[in-house]
Design a protein around this ligand. Structure first.
Ligand code: HEC
Length: 99
């Protein structure tokens, strides 16, 4: 009886853990960005700022965009600001190819 309960708990934890890693894998920062940040303007606006803002500046830009309506959780804002800070200028997908 007790054993069954433990098996059930292990299965539940396994499913929960798998669910969380699946969400993280489905939402890498570049996908989040291209989805949430191109609703009002194209990513050229973001591209133009690569290499110019430090992470704190990106974070505050993103927070401003969230106030306007960008849909990103606070963890996602951190992930995207770190991603943008580390992105080399003219990188795809933020900067369209050949521009
Ligand atoms: C609800 C509409 C909206 C969404 C969604 C949005 N933006 Fe903006 N963004 C604007 C508007 C309007 C401007 C121009 C006015 C301004 O700068 O406040 C702008 C300007 C910018 C600028 C240029 C100005 C600056 O401060 O460098 C950058 C960079 C930028 N957005 C990045 C982003 C990023 C990154 C995201 C995703 C987190 C995003 N935007 C999502 C509306 C939006």
């Amino acid at each position: 009886m007790k054993k069954k309960w433990i098996t059930g708990l292990t299965a539940a934890l396994f499913i929960a853990g798998f669910g969380i890693s699946a969400i993280a894998a489905e939402n890498p920062p570049d996908a989040l960005l291209m989805n949430a940040c191109t609703k009002c303007h194209d990513s050229k606006k973001i591209c133009n700022n690569l290499g110019k803002k430090d992470q704190a500046a990106w974070k505050s830009t993103i927070q401003r965009m969230v106030k306007k309506g960008a849909a990103l959780s606070s963890a996602e804002q951190d992930a995207v600001s770190l991603y943008l800070f580390n992105l080399v200028p003219n990188s795809e997908p933020v900067c369209p190819k050949g521009k």
